[in-house]
Design a protein around this ligand. Structure first.
Ligand code: NI
Length: 179
């Protein structure tokens, strides 16, 4: 297993549309394991393959307190979404340190395949519903910040780019500290 580098907003690779997975082999299992390890290490509650520069329809999620309920969804699709909406504070491993309220359908049904290619359905509400929708958006090249006003999005972009520049400077000086 290995940790994968996570792309940071506004990296344009985060806007690529992911392709469906057609081969359910050892490579897929290794990738899912590496994505799970990367998510737990971050730590985060969900990770989509485009965030680690793999543009395929794969997400991993664990919203449990105990961090022991890993779900891998291959080719996930929202089949039903409630008319009722809910507001949640969202964050993203590709936009570290930023949390903003986003409104989404309160309940969703998602159809997906497991790592063997077998189909299953999840009916979710609360945090799990938010996480599923957030991660499935990543597969479409869409980020939670895209729901915010342009003013907010620009502020976030500026902050992310500034942090990136500072990191590079620190590295160049050889005084880079791990946070
Ligand atoms: Ni995200």
């Amino acid at each position: 297993m290995s940790l994968l580098p996570i792309l940071r907003y506004p990296d344009p690779r985060l806007n690529k549309v992911a392709k469906p997975v057609t081969v359910f082999d050892e490579r897929l299992k290794t990738l899912v394991n590496d994505m799970a390890e990367t998510m737990y290490a971050a730590p985060g509650i969900g990770l989509a393959a485009p965030q680690v520069d793999v543009h395929e329809q794969i997400i991993v999620i664990d919203v449990s307190e105990e961090r022991n309920q890993l779900q891998a969804l291959i080719n996930p699709e929202i089949v039903t979404a409630s008319a009722e909406k809910a507001l949640f504070d969202e964050g993203c491993l590709s936009v570290p340190g930023i949390y903003e309220e986003v409104e989404r359908p309160a309940r969703v049904t998602v159809r997906a395949q497991d790592i063997n290619g077998d189909f299953f359905e999840i009916r979710a509400e609360g945090l799990m519903a938010v996480c599923l929708q957030h991660e499935i958006d990543h597969l479409k090249g869409f980020m939670f910040v895209d729901y915010l006003s342009q003013l907010k999005r620009n502020r976030i972009k500026t902050r992310m780019l500034k942090e990136e520049r500072e990191k590079k400077k620190e590295k160049a000086k050889g005084t880079g500290k791990k946070r």
